[in-house]
Structure formats: C-alpha cells, structure tokens
Design a protein around this ligand. Structure first.
Ligand SMILES: Cc1cc2nc3c(=O)[nH]c(=O)nc-3n(C[C@H](O)[C@H](O)[C@H](O)COP(=O)(O)OP(=O)(O)OC[C@H]3O[C@@H](n4cnc5c(N)ncnc54)[C@H](O)[C@@H]3O)c2cc1C
Ligand code: FES
Length: 580
C-alpha cells in the first residue's frame, strides 16, 4: 500500500500519499497512517477524533493553498514543463483537500468511514464511483449480486431437479418386489420399427408377469405396458466358449437403448434363416441394465437348433436383428431380499450374470452366493469375469462344479452340484431367496435337493429355457408338476376358433393349442417358452372355455379376468373367440 516516503511522488504512491501520510509529518502523537485512522473512526476516543479533525482541517487548508499556488504558477507558466509541474501540484492540492474533506465527512457521520475511504480510493484510481442507490439494496445486497445469486440458485435448482428425476427413473426401473414386479415402461422406439406382422398390436403385449412360481399377489394383474419392437444392430460378437457366443446389440439410430429392462429379463429375437421360415426365440439379456448403450445376448449353439445355429453361423457384425421385449419377471434387483443365491447350469447363467453384473455395478451390500455347474472348464461361461469380480467384491461367494474336465486343470469340485456343496457354500440356505436356471435335468435335481434342505417353495424362483420351436411335454422339464391332463371329450373335435383382431376363423382340433391354431392360420401371437411358464403368450378369451395343462405363467387375478395362455389353451368343444 505504499509508504509515507512515497507521498508526493508520481503514480500510485502519489495517489495514496494524501491518505497515507504519517502523523509525524503533520504533527500529533499517533504514528498510524491517516488513511487507516479513517477506517477506525467509530472506535476512536474523543482525543483521537479531535486530532484527526485537526489533521483534516490542516489538509484542507494546505490543499487550498497548494491549489491557489499551482493555479497561479500554471497561469504564468511559460513552458510546457512548467505547466505540467503546475498541473501535478494542482492535483496534489486537490488530493490533500479531498482527503481532508473525506476525513471530515467520516467524523461527522455523513458517510460510513469505510465507504469514505473506498470512494476516495476509487476516485484516485479513476474508477467508476459505487453508484448503488441504497434504496435498491435488499438486505444489504446490491441488484447485481442479487441477479448473480438468482442465476446460481436457478442453475442449482435445475441440477437438483435433473438428479431427482434421474433417481426417480432408476427407482422405477428397479422397483420390483414381492408386491408384484414393476413393469418396465419401454420408451417409444427411436427408430421406426419394421412393421410387425402381428395380429395383436405390440402395445397389447405382455411385458412382465409374476415369476412362474411366485405366489399370486393381491392386486397383481395383467399389465400391458408398451413393449418395444424394432431392429438392433450387432456391434460385436464375442466367443465365450467353443459353443457359446455373446452378441452385443445396439440401437443403430441412437447411442442409448430404446427400452429399459430389469436384470434377468429376456428379449424375443426373430431371425430369418436362409432356408426355412422366420424363427422367434427368447434370449435373456446377460448384460446389466446399468449399461444403457447396448444389450448382450449370450447364446449357446444347438447342433440342430434353427435359430441359435443361424445366429452362430450366419450373423455378422453390422447385421440388423429384429427384437421384441423385454419380457419376463425372473428378475432380482436387490430390493426383495438382503441376500441372494444364484444357481445356474450351462447357458442358464445368462440371467444370473445380468443380476450379478447389476448388483456389483451398484455395489449392492447383500451377500451374493453364485453357484454354477458346467460340463467342463471349457464350457465355463464368463469364467474370467466372475474370477475378477470375486477378487473385487468381498460379498460375492462363488462355487463352481465341473462335470468333467478332461485334459484341463480344475482344482474345484467336480460332478453335479450336490446338497453338501450347497450347504457348505451357503450358510443358512433355507432362509435365503434362491434363483435357479439351467438345463431341465439339473433344475429338477436342484429342486429336489433344495426341498430336502428345507427351502420353501415361495423362496425359490426359476426360469426354464424351454425349446420354443418344439411343443414339448411340460412334465419332462420337471419345472413344476403339471396338473393331471383332462382328456378332451370325444364330442369336441370340431370346435372353431375366431381371432377377433385379425378377423380370421379356423378349425380347432381337440389336441391343438390356441397358439398352434394361430400359427396355422397365420395369426401371430408372441410366445417364448411354449410350456406355460413365461406368460408371454397370454391373450384374452372373449368367448368359450379352455383347458390348460400348465398355468404357471398366469397370475390368479389374470385368470379371473379371462386371460389364458395360448401355448396351453385347448378347446373344450365350444367355439372360441380370442383377442388376437
Ligand atoms: C425365457 C427364455 C430365455 C432364454 N434365454 C436363453 C439364453 O440366454 N441363451 C440361450 O442360449 N438360450 C436361451 N433360451 C433358449 C432359446 O430360446 C432357444 O430355445 C434355444 O436357443 C434353442 O433354439 P434353436 O432355434 O436353436 O433350437 P430349436 O430349433 O428350437 O431346437 C431346440 C432343440 O431341439 C432340438 N431339435 C430341433 N429339431 C429337432 C427335431 N426335429 N428332432 C429332435 N430334436 C430337435 C435341437 O437340437 C435343439 O437342441 C431361452 C429360452 C427361454 C424360454
Ligand atoms: S409361451 Fe411361455 S407361457 Fe406360453
């Protein structure tokens, strides 16, 4: 801030000089600079105020004298240098005069001392005076400050709003629970979907149903939120094992998926093999919903399988694939239990992987017991990733059993998953929620073992990857004991069925399901498992009566509302009318 010795010199020192002169220069006992005394006016005692007032008078007088002298010198100056010198002295005089006047103003209380000092200082620096009209101040805040604060407040409010809506959206996506799985409201397709040859509008398709063995819940009803149909592009194909490949699919028109899904849900994929008619199969989304840019379907190549073989052998990166979905309620988001036991065999690992990826992505705190059975180490799908996750997450406990591992090193258990393995790996298994998916034989064995371990049916959730192309005996899957089949009455062979939406009528032989009759008549009804488990083929029965061997995919309330499973429904002899 300059020094007393700088007073009278040019530049900043000159400007500050008038205020910074020490008391010694002007007489008096205090060595404090005149300028700083101004800032402390309210705290000065009477004696100090008197001295300051005297100094102010002296400055005013000295300033006036200097101004008078400089004016006279300037009037008579003969050279430019003399005129400049007169101007300098004139300025000094004005500075002295105004510092004295400022001090008087501060002492008289006409202006707050700090403001006096600052105004004077700004004036010296040729800065704009502080032009606020006090009446415009609001709680001492100037209008510009107020505007800035308002702007910052608005920005903060917008950011908070965005964050809240994001949280609400995440909550909505994961809000599934025992009171009924929350439907995933699919977004409108970003790209115009290829016109589906569907009798029932896509909007009317079922998106999520109660788990196959979940107890029907009060108020659980058939929901018909919009599911999404459209084409996704294959952006990557990953070889997982000699027979399993992962297909990464993304929206060709956007950097974000056009639908939401829950961990464990599946898509229906439609392909058109070169030879043969288009085939539709269900494939579970193995990736996590936290990944919004793509979905991954992990598919096992069936030697004689129409669709899986086509996907493995004929589909390349860049190809478009038609998908519909998501469907299914074999989901787990961490909200329904404080721990989870995931038991998978072979390619049945896909829904478990989505759950595992989701729970670890979101740092879920509960214990995750991951039990996996494979034919051999070669067929251990996602082995590297699971090993990595085990290293990183202390709450993840994995046990894998290989049926045989010829020519490979496997230090873990061999053979099928046993009761001893389960009890050794999962403490207190009977009180935990369990999800099970695998080949029919393995699932049947697991069900038996878990029952023997005291696991209540209500805690066991299953998904069967039934071969969709073949009408198979549900009893063979041993997913759930099928109710005794009611033989059709001999008098009912010649029933008819009318599909109300497409306006087509056809014969319905006694041993044919509504789904089979629809396929024969060219009416499309979406389906997945064909064994009455998934509930994807649900349609409304408008007239007539049907029998169903398996009804697991149908909530009790839906049945009461007249819905049937097309893959199971057979006529009792009366003409049927269904909404398809
Ligand atoms: C909800 C759900 C989710 C699924 N998720 C997955 C998943 O994530 N990954 C996965 O790989 N699969 C999954 N599947 C299974 C998948 O949908 C297909 O069923 C599977 O890929 C076989 O289809 P495909 O067309 O290749 O075989 P299909 O042509 O349907 O044949 C099925 C099986 O029958 C055999 N077969 C076919 N024709 C005959 C015949 N004439 N005589 C005797 N045998 C025959 C085939 O060898 C094959 O083993 C899921 C199924 C469901 C219901
Ligand atoms: S197709 Fe799964 S219940 Fe009918």
């Amino acid at each position: 801030m300059g020094s007393p010795g700088a007073a009278g010199s040019s530049g900043m020192g000159s400007m500050m000089g008038g205020m910074m002169d020490g008391e010694g220069e002007h007489g008096g006992g205090s060595r404090r600079p005149f300028f700083s005394q101004l800032l402390t006016v309210p705290t000065l005692d009477a004696e100090a105020r008197r001295k300051l007032a005297a100094q102010a008078d002296t400055r005013i007088e000295a300033g006036l004298a200097t101004i008078t002298e400089a004016t006279a010198a300037g009037t008579h100056a003969a050279t430019a240098a003399a005129r400049l010198d007169a101007a300098r002295r004139l300025r000094e005089g004005v500075d002295q005069f105004s510092s004295g006047a400022a001090a008087q103003a501060a002492l008289n209380g006409a202006q707050p001392p700090e403001e006096t000092a600052i105004s004077w200082f700004r004036e010296q620096l040729r800065m704009e005076p502080l032009g606020y009209d006090e009446s415009l101040r609001w709680f001492g805040v100037s209008p510009s400050h107020l505007l800035l604060m308002l702007f910052l407040g608005l920005v903060s409010a917008t950011l908070i709003g965005l964050q809240l809506s994001r949280l609400a959206r995440i909550k909505k996506i994961v809000s599934t629970g025992p009171a009924g799985p929350g439907p995933v409201k699919a977004q409108e397709p970003l790209a115009a979907p290829a016109a589906p040859k569907l009798a029932a509008p896509v909007e009317n398709r079922l998106e999520a149903l109660a788990p196959s063995n979940a107890p029907p819940t009060a108020g659980a009803s058939l929901r018909k939120p919009k599911s999404w149909t459209g084409q996704l592009r294959i952006v990557q194909i990953i070889r997982e094992t000699p027979t399993v490949r992962t297909f990464r699919l993304a929206d060709p028109a956007a950097d974000r998926l056009p639908f939401d899904f829950l961990p464990g849900q599946f898509l229906q994929v439609e392909v058109e093999p070169e030879a043969g008619k288009p085939g539709r199969r269900s494939y579970t989304i193995a990736s996590s919903p936290t990944q919004r840019a793509y979905v991954e379907l992990t598919v096992k190549r069936e030697e004689q399988g129409a669709v899986s073989r086509h996907l493995h052998d004929s589909v390349s990166v860049g190809d478009l694939v038609k998908v519909t979905g998501p469907f299914g309620a074999f989901t787990f988001t961490g909200t329904d239990a404080d721990s989870i036991v995931l038991i998978a065999g072979g390619v049945g690992i896909t829904p478990m992987m989505s759950v595992l990826r989701y729970l670890t992505d979101t740092a879920w705190a509960g214990d995750i017991f991951f039990i996996y059975g494979a034919r051999s180490t070669e067929e251990f799908v996602f082995r590297d990733e699971i090993e990595r996750l085990v290293q990183r997450f202390a709450n993840l406990h994995v046990i894998a059993a290989m049926e045989h591992s010829p020519g490979t090193v496997w230090m873990g258990p061999t053979g099928p998953i046993t009761k001893e393995m389960l009890t050794g790996a999962v403490p207190d298994i009977a009180r935990r929620r369990i999800q099970l998916c695998g080949p029919p034989g393995m699932m049947a064995a697991m069900r038996k073992e878990l029952a023997e371990l005291g696991v209540p049916e209500a805690q066991l959730f299953t998904e069967a990857f039934g071969p969709a192309s073949l009408p198979i005996d549900a009893g063979e899957l041993e997913v759930k004991p099928a109710p005794a089949r009611q033989p059709p009455s001999p008098s009912v062979a010649a029933a008819t069925i009318t599909f109300s939406v497409s306006g087509i009528s056809a014969a319905l032989p006694a041993d044919q399901t509504v789904l089979e009759a629809a396929e024969d008549a060219g009416v499309e009804i979406p389906y997945a498992c064909r064994v009455g488990e998934c509930g994807v083929c649900v349609i409304k029965l408008l007239a007539g009566d049907v029998t169903m061997d398996v009804e697991s995919g149908l909530a009790a309330s839906d049945k009461a509302n007249g819905y049937i499973l097309a893959c199971q429904a057979k006529s009792t002899g009366q003409p049927l009318v269904v909404e398809a």
